[in-house]
Design a protein around this ligand. Structure first.
Ligand code: KG4
Ligand code: ZN
Length: 360
């Protein structure tokens, strides 16, 4: 199936052409993808002066970029079987231009249109991880798996029994991990998006300089609780996350210290976030007897985070899957992948913007 995929849920306008084969069956006959084009027009420079994404500016840019990218891509691709477009989650004013453009294209080219879930895009892009796409692994040996999706809008932990069956274990109650990176960066006067800036600065700092709280994991007076033995174990026994308290702790630290090392704050903050993400994921992994870990979403660009996962997986002799970097941040190829997986699963989405769509 040759899929033309469109993504406009936030501040990247993207169109991709993906050739998909294979079925949901395990083994060599599993799904395979050839990403022949994946064009992304980033709007970072437009939003940067505002310190974050401005929905109406994103809409205006998508309207401008979509026809431009389509013009560039259309002469370079093979025959299209289906068109796929992100219907959510995302910023509603940003989602609509993609959906309307896809509808018009579907009518003009007389090709069927499928809606896709942005989060399924992040999730299923793990199928393109180097160690999996290289065909060296049999899919039947990788499940059950624990999947962590960490982006600017979401922090979700999933237990996957198979390619088609997964269950949400928990998600963030307030800020997403990426959002916390962006907000802390802003407090320190770093430009948007803050994640890469914090990572850069953290390389020069000491991750143990400041003991920031590990929300929903353990408290400073009760470090043992991370092993599930502490008195408030029950409260933390779930798989939910919370990053807004950590963000506030950084804010107070900056307010209360006239002189401090920005690099140490960045490194210590990053250490706290990655600590929580890694520990919770491995706790779920132990509880569900998972054989693999999947890490996806924009925050997975963070090397401190992926290295921690990789190290721990090696120690436990588990598979670790992380999509290639160009599929981690928002792009349309992952939407083509998700749309194909959903056509195999016979799952459909309504073709309207669904800002709060989640994973079920
Ligand atoms: O998946 P994504 O591109 O868009 C959403 O669906 O939200 O994720 C963007 C998020 C932003 O919050 C950005 O700061 C964060 O991913 N991010 C990072 C890094 N690169 C991007 N966070 C930490 N370290 C990074 N290197
Ligand atoms: Zn995303």
């Amino acid at each position: 199936m040759n899929i033309l995929a469109i993504e406009t849920s936030c501040d990247e306008t993207s169109i991709a052409f993906v050739k998909a084969t294979g079925g949901l069956r395990l083994g060599a006959k599993g799904p395979r993808f050839e990403i022949s084009k994946n064009l992304v027009a980033s709007q970072i420079n437009i939003h940067r002066p505002w310190g974050g994404v401005v929905p109406m500016l994103a809409k205006r840019e998508h309207l401008k970029n979509l026809p431009r990218i389509w013009k560039r891509i259309k002469t370079t691709i093979g025959p299209i079987d289906k068109i796929a477009v992100t219907v959510g989650p995302g910023l509603e004013p940003a989602l609509w231009p993609g959906i309307e453009f896809a509808k018009a294209l579907s009518k003009q080219l007389k090709k069927p249109l499928m809606g896709a879930n942005h989060l399924e895009g992040h999730l299923y892009s793990f199928l393109e991880s180097k160690n999996l796409a290289a065909n060296t692994l049999d899919l039947k040996n990788i499940f059950p798996a624990t999947a962590l999706i960490v982006s600017g809008g979401h922090t979700i932990l999933l237990a996957m029994d198979s390619l088609a069956k997964y269950k949400k274990l928990g998600e963030t109650r307030d800020d997403a991990a990426g959002e916390a990176f962006d907000k802390v960066a802003k407090m320190m006067g770093l430009p948007y998006p803050g994640g890469p800036e914090i990572e850069k600065l953290a390389r020069k700092g000491n991750p143990n300089a400041i003991q920031f709280p590990r929300p929903m994991l353990y408290t400073a007076n009760n470090p043992d609780a991370s092993q599930g033995r502490g008195p408030d174990h029950k409260r933390r026994g779930n798989y939910e996350f919370s990053f807004s308290g950590l963000k506030t702790a950084v804010l107070y630290y900056i307010r209360d210290h006239k002189k401090f090392s920005k690099a140490d704050v960045a490194a210590s903050f990053q250490e706290a976030v990655t600590d929580v993400l890694v520990k919770k994921t491995f706790r779920a992994t132990r509880e569900f007897g998972a054989r693999s870990i999947i890490l996806a979403g924009g925050v997975a660009m963070n090397k401190a985070l992926s290295k921690k996962f990789d190290r721990e997986c090696k120690k436990l002799e588990m598979h670790f899957f992380v999509p290639p970097r160009e599929l981690l941040t928002d792009n349309a190829a992952m939407i083509g992948i998700a749309a194909y997986m959903n056509s195999l699963r016979r799952k459909t989405y309504r073709l309207v913007a669904q800002a709060n769509l989640n994973l079920k």
